[in-house]
Write a protein that binds this ligand. Structure first.
Ligand SMILES: [Zn+2]
Length: 250
């Protein structure tokens, strides 16, 4: 949930990241069995990211979705790693170090999205007052364009954006709003791909890398949809298809 824009240090501390790792360049297909996809589960139990409209942590959403993605990508014949609990609990700088040493071929950082505090309202859910915003919904993708894997990172993000769109889910444009905390460049306006050069996990990835915001969990309807096995499986299948296409050099 890259939502607010505090200092860069605060971003790093929040562990906000998405990364997709190295893909084959040109049109040569990769060897699936030796092509390793690293899943970076955003945030940690002690710094769990956004809080959903019903009070669930973003980290819990990220863990559940990453598990579904791991199954879907592995079922296509790829090797899949997830950052271990120690790495995922570590500060983002250490997490970036673990990613760098991983030897992954493609990195995907898994997150769920929020909104700027100015858009929040309150409601009562199961006796608790909760913050929510129904103003925004949809997924989004982030890539760095500053490193050696800029082009391949964007290629992977576009492949994934196409597959998410084809399922009928719109992407969100709220990260492009010219306000404090947003104002991100939408570098592929037809596929929901934004540029983020300030995230350590993307910048330091040893391979093409992308960050997926799977949807907006402070939106009450979207949270309910995202918190189902069927939606997780469908997102996971979209990711697996995109990895397959990336590997094939599309
Ligand atoms: Zn996040």
């Amino acid at each position: 949930m890259p939502n607010r824009r505090p200092s860069r240090g605060a971003w790093l501390a929040a562990g906000i990241c998405l990364a997709a790792a190295a893909a084959p360049t040109g049109s040569r297909a990769c060897e699936k069995g030796s092509f390793t996809v690293l899943l970076d589960v955003g945030h940690s139990p002690s710094a769990p990211g956004a809080i959903s409209a019903r009070g669930k942590t973003e980290y819990a959403f990220n863990v559940a979705l990453a598990a579904a993605i791991e199954r879907a990508v592995a079922s296509k014949g790829f090797a899949v790693d997830r950052l271990g609990a120690a790495a995922s609990a570590a500060r983002a700088v250490r997490r970036a170090g673990a990613i760098k040493r991983s030897g992954a071929d493609l990195l995907l950082s898994v997150h769920h999205d929020s909104a700027q505090p100015r858009y929040f309202e309150t409601w009562t859910y199961q006796g608790e007052q909760r913050a929510y915003s129904d103003r925004f919904k949809g997924w989004s993708l982030f890539v760095s364009q500053s490193g050696t894997h800029a082009r391949e990172s964007l290629r992977f993000a576009r492949l994934l954006g196409d597959r998410l769109k084809s399922r009928g889910w719109p992407f969100t444009r709220h990260h492009a709003e010219p306000i404090l905390g947003e104002g991100r460049a939408l570098i592929d306006p037809s596929r929901g791909v934004y540029r983020r050069d300030d995230l350590a996990v993307l910048r330091s990835a040893p391979a093409p890398a992308a960050l997926l915001e799977a949807g907006v969990i402070v939106n009450r309807d979207e949270e309910a949809a995202l918190d189902t096995g069927s939606r997780r499986s469908a997102i996971a299948e979209a990711v697996a298809e995109a990895v397959d296409a990336f590997c094939a050099g599309e």
